[in-house]
Design a protein around this ligand. Sequence first.
Ligand code: GLA
Length: 405
Amino acid sequence: MGVRCTVKKFFPIIILFLLTTLVVQGQSFDKLAQTPPMGWNSWNKFGCDVTETLIKQMADAMVSSGMRDAGYQYIVIDDCWQVSRDSSGNIVADPKRFPSGMKALGDYIHKKGLKFGIYSCAGSKTCQGRPGSRGYQFQDARQYAAWGVDYLKYDWCNTGTQDVESSYTTMRDALEKSGRPIVFSICEWGASQPWTWAPEVGNLWRTTFDIRPCWDCGKMVMSNGRLIENFMGFTKILDLQVGLESFSGPGHWNDPDMLEVGNGELTYDENVAHFSLWCILAAPLMLGNDIRNMSDEVQEIITNGEVIAVNQDPLGRQGKKVRDEGDFEIWSRELHDGSRAVVMFNRSEKKEEMSFKWSEIGLPQNLEFTVRDLWKKQNLGKFTGSYSDRVPPHGVVMVRLYHQD
Ligand code: GLA
């Protein structure tokens, strides 16, 4: 049988194989981040001080603290793991800080039942001056896939006159071409209103500049007409999420930045408020604290299964602010079983009686609902028409309303 004859014979099989590969590859990308990604990222607490020992310890802690069982999956190394490119242009991890190499680190993380995340930048350099991916997108994506990377956070420093949408689309295409399903986290700080274009390009997109572990601090520093620093406490970031709810859903999420629970000067009630509101917002839950050494209080907050269930609700509908009376806000989120999650948020300095009506959260006034407190993990009783409670200063009451026929 000649070569032509053999090719002819196997032609249908070859076509079927190619089509199946394409469909399977496409499907695996489509299925990524059906609920907001949950994990840990090195930046908020450790900045550039990242090493393979630290990352391994975080993976160990994610398992031993019960966080993996609570749903946390990704261990993401943010900026500063990379030092140069070799003579073939391959990105090189810092050999002093990551002596075993990234493949070995990825294997370690995978063996723990976790997933491996990494960071790069669309510009020539990262925000900390390390080599960026501009001009190397396909080569980098292939390298990440070979290392077993499952998640890429892609920043926007040193991009000059680059077009934002096409820069991120190039990296999206490079990741898809790599053949490995890699969650794509867009980090251009909300400047180009990414919610208008990013749902087609990435799985999550930052909506603001960086978060800081404080209630309402904020700073914007300009130098020679350039913005060199801009950060905000979590309540300021929260204010900027209003109106973005219609852009997010399964596979594509608004990202109001990583959690600061357990960091800085946040009090217990502020930590609870921050976590509750990020869950109502269907925000990615990327922890930014030292999970090796955390108080029991912080551990209980970040592993509260009933609150996490609101964040991970399969309907994937982002919650929204339904009432704003200055210091007193009501936020509500529709859940897959027809129930509602509601957060009563008290920004004032004193304890306050707050209430909401069913009609404000899209429920019929005359129906009776069981109200469950998600932090006390207790049913509070059956109520018709409205619910009121005492809300701590800088704190929340978070409830879920169930209807039983
Ligand atoms: C930017 C991002 C941060 C972090 C740093 C790292 O500021 O917004 O989340 O990744 O870069 O340099």
